[in-house]
Design a protein around this ligand. Sequence first.
Ligand SMILES: [Mg+2]
Length: 334
Amino acid sequence: MSEGEFDIIDRYFKRLNGLESGVVIGIGDDCAILDIPAGHQLAVTTDTLVSGVHFFEDVDPYRLGYKALAVNLSDLAAMGATAKWASLAITLPDVNEPWLAEFCRGFFELADKYQVQLVGGDTTKGPLSITVSAKGIVPTGQALTRSHAQVDDVICVSGYLGDGALGLAAKLSDTKIVADQQPFIDALELTEPRLTLGQQLIDHASSCIDLSDGLSQDLMHILKKSDRHAQLHLEHLPLSEAILTEIDSGHLSLSEAWQYAVTGGDDYELLFTISKHKLASLRMRLSEQGLSLNCFEIGVILDPNNSPLTGERLGFTHLQQPVTLKKTGWDHFK
Ligand SMILES: [Mg+2]
């Protein structure tokens, strides 16, 4: 790109928000220099979104800017980190000022909400692609990981499941799979990173992951890392008003909704394991702090040496009866 074009882009990304929040040197030198507070460790994550692969080419630039940061902040939340800084590498086919302005509006609205400062980046010309790297801090040795789920822990999720996957399916499908697709597309494109809950889970949860690839796939990461089995109770899967409305009006069956909830991706909720008594103390702490955050109980962690499951780490029940998940649906409901 020409020098002039870089100037234009610089204008959008270099904000006059001063040097604060541990930023010794921000945008404008070869590197950013950041101060990590004593007693903390740095948590770093990176995600790339490529046009035509991770988002539709005609995506609303506001929502793209928002989501590019949101998926990174969701990873920080899953480790219990406090989000602090981000860098952004953006490849653009051309300099489209209205598009850039909207992209930045989405990115910075979310950044400001969680006091995340943009500390660097890179701009190149080519097919549209966005890479964000987010950095956070976590008290030393206390990051939440995928590897310490304990036998008899409750499996909890921070919000409704399946809406994002339904939004994607609605966008990809030629036929109408829901009566009103807007709430599902909103869920897909405007996910809320669960940073506040993630920080509260430190000292309480035994393991945690954010749901990007779907409940069963992401839970399997915890089960493998922790060497555990688990059972999920279908009747306890939290379904949104939007999904319940589609079920009531006959556009979606309950078993289809469960299938989206279990195998669909893009929920960006936190999935965590926690002992019964720590869950009680977490709920008390949340209510003392006036935080109305969801912790839906959806299943239980099992001992692999004493498990009713045969040949699989993850099983499903409906009203205490085992059900089998098939790629195309639930045996139980055929
Ligand atoms: Mg993740």
